[in-house]
Design a protein around this ligand. Structure first.
Ligand code: DQQ
Length: 574
């Protein structure tokens, strides 16, 4: 551990270098050449991940139908077997006994009948009361309409469920002139839930003009579905809702509950993935089964004023109830921030975030997420820093860990809170604030946090940090993930991400955990109250050349109350 002399260099350089943000469209790419660009990925790949889920090659996007069946975890996902851009989509399939190491199987759903001949898009699994899983997924029919299809396992005694059969009744839900459903915006069935009235309900993402919709269907037998008179919920102005997820959370415990659980002990969560922005929002509210409507709590909204699972690059997520360990687990897709041609050269694009356990915070105001504990089985060599004061303007290098493949946990305590900068009331957007006040912009209480995937001379680094501001009646904590200096490759998207963190620095320490995996920095602030995932492509800070530092670029001292970092082992993935 040594005080980094490079810190001053980084700070001075940053005054002169541009922090321009190149926003890449995070949507599916449609380049026809890249849709069939499959090659053998090069042997040496500094950006390939070691413990995040990905197939050996090609494009992946949304997680589909995650579940546990007969003790085996299943993950299906949108996959292009032929190229490194979105296209030719099938449901690829892997299984695991620990959610960390994964075995690949053949795709289970691919175009084979009229109702999905032009594509097998996202969907979900529902576990029947008998224990049998069934899949509802979106198919694209010969008229390019989006319809919903049903599939069942062929052999229930096979815990790996490698073969599935499609219902001869497909499609089981379709747009028509009578039902006024928009045929090009009708997709991504959720996990269904069963009411005490013996009726199944499911929501499908849609829109009418600019109104985002969670269209509701009901069924007694899971085959014949009836469109409800009204959606479960809808909001004017935010466009197409993709991948809706609707589930209960316990109000007095961290334990997950089955998707059909109702009653006074639960609140409900509706998450929507906004096609327009490629961000996800969730609300917490109340589900009235008799009226079949969901009403978000007052102030809980699907917009930038509302809550997100992740304030970085994270999309098309889906939860499932893990009946083995009574927890709800969240999967989400981390898209690339590189240009499609770089994806073609490396032979793959897209990874899944580390599965996260998710529950309702004791305040009832938001969800909390934490990496599944199983991931800790990969922790190897551990390094700790002793408690100490980190003076303003200084950085410490943490040596002895594989900094490109690590799990880092740190806590800070700030004492001179009265010296915090005053929060301008117009600073309401945390991402904009993190863009304006990047890691190199000196403050008073902050920026302090981690420099990860840092090169020796700090020509490259990703900074994950906090700033504390004095708000009107309380202190406000800003969490940022600053990618603006993450790579010397200027073609990548280096947008900064930010979130406000609901932690009171007067009484609480500020904890931060970052999972670093070559081209992924997944950071959990305040024990998982705000989460930011980023994709970065260093050119110097790779493998053994990457460094980890703790830094304080504020004028005031902060205390490091605890810090541990682990080298992470490689998982056996596909
Ligand atoms: N991806 C799928 C769609 C979904 C979108 C297609 C979200 O079903 O709406 O690959 O990323």
């Amino acid at each position: 551990m040594a005080i980094s002399s490079a810190w001053l260099f980084f700070f001075l350089c940053s005054l002169f270098l541009s922090h321009g943000v190149l926003e890449l469209e995070a949507s599916h790419h449609f380049d026809p050449n890249l849709q069939v660009s499959s090659t053998t990925p090069p042997e040496y790949q500094p950006h390939r991940t070691s413990y995040h889920f990905q197939p050996p090659k090609n494009w992946i996007n949304d997680p589909n139908g995650p579940m546990v069946y007969k003790g085996i975890y299943h993950l299906m996902y949108q996959y292009n077997p032929e190229g490194t851009a979105w296209g030719n989509i099938v449901w690829a399939h892997s299984t695991s006994t620990d959610l960390v190491n994964w075995t690949p199987h053949d795709p289970i759903i691919y175009p084979s009948q009229p109702s999905d001949i032009n594509g097998c898009w996202s969907g979900s699994t529902t576990i029947m009361p008998s224990g049998t899983p069934v899949i509802l997924y979106t198919g694209i029919n010969p008229k390019q309409e989006q319809v919903q299809n049903l599939a069942m396992p062929k052999n229930l005694s096979d815990p790996y469920l490698t073969e599935w059969v499609k219902s001869p009744k497909n499609p089981v839900m379709s747009p028509s002139p009578e039902n006024h459903i928009n045929a090009s915006s009708f997709r991504d069935p959720s996990t269904a839930w069963l009411g005490p009235d013996g009726t199944w309900r499911v929501v499908i993402g849609s829109k009418t003009d600019r109104r985002g919709l969670a269209i509701l269907y009901s069924s007694k037998d899971f085959v014949t579905w009836i469109l409800s008179q009204h959606p479960l919920h809808s909001v004017e102005g935010n466009g197409m809702w993709e991948c809706p997820d609707f589930f209960p959370v316990s109000i007095d415990s961290n334990r997950g509950v089955d998707t059909s659980t109702l009653g006074p002990k639960v609140k409900h969560v509706l998450k929507v993935s906004l096609d327009d922005t490629k961000y996800e929002y969730y609300t917490i509210g109340t589900y009235d089964l008799d009226k079949d409507i969901y009403v978000p709590n007052i102030g809980s909204v699907e917009s930038d004023l509302g809550l997100r699972y992740d304030y970085g690059k994270f999309y098309a997520s889906k939860t499932f109830f893990d009946s083995l360990k009574n927890r709800r687990i969240l999967w989400g897709w981390l898209n690339e921030s590189s240009i499609p041609d770089d994806d073609r050269k490396k032979g793959w694009a897209g990874v899944q975030a580390i599965p996260r356990t998710l529950w309702l915070d004791k305040s009832g105001k938001q969800l909390v997420q934490w990496p599944i504990t199983e991931i800790e089985m990969l922790r190897g060599q551990q390094v700790n820093l002793p408690q100490q004061v980190l003076k303003g303007g200084l950085a410490l290098e943490v040596s002895g860990v594989t900094a490109a493949q690590a799990d880092v946990v740190i806590s800070f305590k700030a004492s001179d809170l009265e010296k915090a900068e005053v929060l301008d009331p117009s600073w309401t957007n945390p991402q904009v604030l993190c863009k304006q006040k990047s890691a190199s912009v000196k403050g008073s209480l902050g920026p302090f946090g981690l420099l990860v995937l840092a090169s020796k001379g700090l020509q490259e680094f990703t900074a994950v940090f906090y700033r504390i501001f004095k708000g009107q009646n309380k202190y406000v904590v800003l969490m940022c993930s600053d990618q603006s200096r993450s790579s010397l490759n200027d073609s990548t998207d280096k947008a900064n991400y930010g979130a406000f963190l609901d932690v009171d620095p007067v009484h609480e320490e500020l904890s931060l955990r970052s999972l670093i995996d070559h081209s992924i920095v997944e950071s959990f602030g305040g024990g998982g109250k705000s989460v930011i995932a980023a994709r970065v492509y260093p050119t110097l800070a790779i493998d053994g050349q990457a460094q980890l530092q703790v830094f304080n670029n504020g004028t005031e001292n902060v205390q490091i109350t605890s810090m541990s970092a682990w080298s992470m082992k490689k998982a056996l993935i596909n």
